[in-house]
Design a protein around this ligand. Sequence first.
Ligand code: SAM
Length: 245
Amino acid sequence: SDHSLQYPRSPADMDWASYYPAYAVNKEIEMTEGESHDHDQQQPAPTPHGPISKQVEIADIGCGYGGLLFALAPKFPETLILGMEIRTAVTEYVQEKVRALRTQHLSTNSYQNASCIRANTMKFLPNFFKKGQLSKIFLCFPDPHFKQRKHKARIVSYTLNSEYAYVLKPGGVVYTITDVEDLHKWMVGHLERHPSFERLNEEEEKSDECVEIMRMETEEGKKVTRNGGNKYVACFRRIEDPPWP
Ligand code: SAM
């Protein structure tokens, strides 16, 4: 259950600097409880808190073990990317890996743009992101919830699509991929029906490097490749809202 999950009241209330310390606005570091002022070289640097100088632009929803996150980070070094994952242990694994990669690449500052947060993305997504903040949302191999009565747990629905439309900027893209044909049809159907989205055609899909990264780099994508399964891709562009009458 998500009783222990915490949500910011608004995107401005998020402690973004603790996720992207290299982009912290307040270089003055407040210590959190348990952190020591007289840290030496052995100790990890204390975490800054508060706002950051950029905003997250790419969200990987249900990021799992972060394969996509770690593949995208060096491709989009100027863009902040956030993995969102509901399972505590999996989130911690990704956060640990982010820390390790940052330490390994201190001289180039790589992976400072990638982070992971524990969240139930079916709830309060607009508490994390402002209207029109994101340019890309990835929905990679979401849980299929095969049984009819479980379909309401799928992360594509008319209501959730309205939230994706809210946080995406016009021209932004929702990327979907799955190995379950029925779920693919479900996602395509729901996104096509939504007035804020239009599907990318094959040419557009082919020319978008993120499609290939998403096909090859997520853990589930690799598993499907090993098992020789199909991967169904569909991408949808956020269209401009029509002007008010
Ligand atoms: N995207 C990854 C990949 O392609 O390898 C992981 C796919 S895995 C089948 C689905 C992931 O979504 C799981 O890690 C699961 O914990 C996560 N998940 C399911 N529902 C979620 C929710 N409401 N909010 C955040 N994450 C969720």
